[in-house]
Design a protein. Sequence first.
Length: 99
Amino acid sequence: MSQFNQWRIKCPHCGAESTVRSSKQMSDTVREAKVSCDNPDCMHSWIAQLVAVRTIAPSMMPNPKVYIPLSDRSPAANLPSSNQMELGMDHPPPRMATG
């Protein structure tokens, strides 16, 4: 398995690299992982959580059941909220041809 396919974190006790052994989705915004320290002198195991806490770029397919606050650093945070659904139609609609 490549290093990009594996989530690796440091052990909170000895600082050695640790390996996620398994994980499960707890909710739309929370995933729990079973983690084990790779240091044979430590062998600490624990449960960690990965939680969606801030939105950087809003989804193009938002789930109406999910709320993740917008980050202050998001470019979307500087947009006026009244313009989020605006289509930018500054002209009248075209007339329908008759007849």
